[in-house]
Ligand binder design. Structure first.
Ligand SMILES: *Cc1c(COP(=O)(O)O)cnc(C)c1O
Length: 383
């Protein structure tokens, strides 16, 4: 079966993990800070706090920005549920801003129009869908005008760039969150990171990552009582282990190779699929994308036809996927009051979207098999 996404693990990665397994510390050892430093350097950002997942990083990012009951958080409906759940963990209210039909990222026009209505969110979570950055300059301009904070959910996008910087530099945001889940650009098994140029946010994130306890902050007392530690606020165990960090550090060395390979696969898809009336990602428009996903849109396809194509591909050994079921249409969110029709562009996009396999190890012969199978099936659909 050709999966839609897959990690790429080298002998060096395995060696790096083995070294930790034979060392003194499996967690909270020396490798976590090494990985954090390497991410800082790669993304050119002042602080990196690695976590157990992007979900936990999003949670403590919201907390570090003081999101709480009575606050409003906005994000894109075209994302994984974690982009919205984090606000609800904090007791805040969530709302969505519809996407742009060209970029599939949050629509700047819709954002500006929604802000004009007068209810101002505390935080906007901008999701870099499929690895291509949102229009961060415009979002920052609106944030300066209306006074909201910005979190970039860059779970798809480490390795990508925006204007002159790597995604993760936080040039136009307060915090950027990364994911190291195996389907993402680099992996630690489970894992994530919170990046920021604000020391206060970083300190708060470190505190919240580990139960609200920070030994460094209680140093004066520890001079008298060497065993001393103090819980300052209610935190969590959202730590990453040294085993995971070793894998991440090793993976990070190959990140440019991974992204180049993804771009090459996208170019090959474009070459092979362009004559058949699909809406394909525009490579020229997606400059700097990390190409986490390759999403095609099949114009005006019915749900029944899409199921047939999906299952047909599956029977030929190809696992496609769909990114994303709009968050507001999940039963949990509908129960909060969201409805079909609330974010029509995200909903129409969802009906037409299909994610084709995309990962660095995807072989050319598999790529050809995918394209040939898809073309055959689309021809059947049209006849
Ligand atoms: C994968 C993903 C997450 C969650 O990442 P985890 O590391 O699995 O918690 C959040 N947001 C987006 C956009 C994602 O794709």
């Amino acid at each position: 079966m050709i999966p839609y996404a897959r990690q790429s693990i080298s002998e060096e990665d395995i060696e790096a993990v083995n070294r930790v397994l034979k060392s003194d510390f499996l967690t909270q050892g020396p490798v976590v800070p090494l990985f954090e430093n390497a991410i800082k350097k790669y993304c050119k950002v002042d602080h990196a706090v690695v976590t157990s997942s992007a979900t936990s990083a999003l949670h403590i990012a919201c907390m570090a920005l003081d999101v709480g009951p009575g606050d409003l958080v906005w994000t894109s409906p075209n994302s994984f549920v974690a982009s919205a759940n984090c606000a609800l963990y904090c007791g805040a209210q969530i709302d969505f801003v519809d996407i742009d039909s060209v970029t599939m990222n949050i629509s700047i026009e819709s954002l500006a129009a929604k802000l004009k209505l007068g209810k101002i969110p505390k935080v906007v979570i901008a999701v870099h869908f499929a690895g291509t950055s949102c229009d961060m300059r415009s979002i920052k301009r609106l944030s300066d005008q209306y006074g909201f904070k910005i979190i970039e959910d860059a779970s798809h996008a480490i390795g990508g760039s925006y204007i002159n910087n790597k995604i993760g530099s936080c040039e136009f945001s307060d915090v950027t969150v990364l994911s190291f889940h195996p389907v993402k650009i680099i992996t630690t098994g489970e894992g994530g990171a919170l990046l920021t140029n604000d020391e206060k946010i970083a300190d708060r994130a470190v505190l919240l990552r580990s139960h609200g306890i920070n030994r460094a902050l209680t140093k004066s007392d520890s001079q008298n009582k060497p065993w001393f530690y103090e819980q300052i606020e209610l935190g969590f165990n959202y730590r990453m282990t040294d085993i995971q960090a070793a894998l991440g550090l090793s993976q990070l060395e190959r990140i440019n190779e991974f992204v180049d390979k993804r771009l090459m696969i996208a170019s090959k898809y474009e070459f092979m699929l362009s004559p058949i009336g699909l809406k394909l990602p525009e490579l020229s428009r997606n400059k700097g994308s990390a190409y986490h996903l390759y999403v095609i849109q099949i114009p005006d396809i019915s749900e029944v036809q899409k199921v047939l194509i999906f299952k047909g591909l599956n029977s030929l050994g190809i696992s496609a996927n769909v990114h994303y079921i709009p968050i507001h249409l999940h039963p949990f969110y509908k129960a909060l009051g969201f409805q079909i029709g609330d974010f029509p562009i995200a909903e129409k996009y969802y009906l037409e979207a299909l994610s084709l396999p995309m990962y660095p190890g995807l072989a050319d012969k598999d790529l050809e098999h995918i394209c040939f199978s898809l073309k055959t099936m689309l021809n059947q659909k049209l006849n």
